[in-house]
Design a protein around this ligand. Structure first.
Ligand code: C5P
Length: 232
């Protein structure tokens, strides 16, 4: 069930479709992550178009609002027929439960729902000083993951280095989706806590999210295939 999710962080429909055209002759269709940038630029129609082309979609919109609003929004997203979506665990267990309710279709099926615990851009110091969370970042992530599990969610997004903490706390079946992936011989960009696709597999990531190592590669198809070879 492990898969490589390609973060398609583009700002227009034209750019993302031209990028995906390069994979047209490939046997394996990449699982595509659509984030806020592309969704706010190109709207639900780009989700439908990429779906029509046969890709699975992780819609990474990180919802965080009152339970009723999140529930109704999740209903809209589930009608878009995405395969995975997410929200912030900081919205409380009540909000996460409402999200699941909204996401579940009348036939009982629903996309995979995962929670963001603490963003990897948040340092322990800022979390403690600015957010007044008086615990270590590892304990906070483990606690938010446990809240997500209690609400009935399927897993969390976390750095590869946190995946084992999450699995210890919530069990092996609880999904860890991990960005921050780089090839051993490549630049880190602005990512700090990174690992290779091969190491992510050893650590127990269920899905890796890979952006620039594929989207900015001279040969994106070769870079994608390298991820698949190392990780799957
Ligand atoms: O280009 P790169 O591989 O760094 O892209 C990683 C993707 O994963 C981006 O879309 C980024 O927004 C997302 N992400 C992340 N760290 C998180 C959550 C999401 O890098 N904690």
């Amino acid at each position: 069930m492990r898969d490589v999710i390609v973060a398609c962080d583009f700002s227009s429909a034209e750019e993302v479709l031209a990028f995906l055209d390069r994979f047209a002759g490939c046997e394996r269709k990449p699982f595509v992550k659509i984030g806020m940038e592309l969704y706010y630029a190109a709207g639900p129609e780009i989700v439908r178009e990429i779906k029509r082309r046969g890709h699975k979609i992780f819609l990474d919109l990180k919802l965080h609002d009152i339970p009723n609003t999140v529930k109704k929004t999740m209903r809209v997203l589930s009608n878009l027929d995405v395969d995975m979506t997410n929200l912030h665990a900081a919205g409380t267990i009540e909000m996460m439960k409402a999200a699941l309710e909204g996401l579940t279709r009348t036939d009982g099926t629903r996309p995979i729902l995962i929670a963001v615990t603490q963003l990897t851009s948040t340092s322990e110091e800022r979390m403690q000083k600015e957010l007044l969370i008086n615990a270590s970042i590892a304990d906070t992530i483990a606690h938010y993951a446990a809240n997500a599990k209690e609400a009935g969610l399927d897993g969390v997004v976390c750095s590869p280095l946190e995946a084992s903490v999450v699995k210890q706390k919530c069990g092996d079946g609880f999904i860890a989706v991990t960005p921050g992936i780089r090839f051993a011989d490549a630049a880190k960009d602005d990512q700090v806590r990174i690992t290779t696709p091969a190491r992510a597999k050893e650590i127990g990531s269920d899905y890796i999210v890979v952006g620039r190592p594929i989207t900015a590669a001279e040969d994106p198809v070769a870079a994608y295939n390298r991820c698949v070879e190392e990780y799957i």
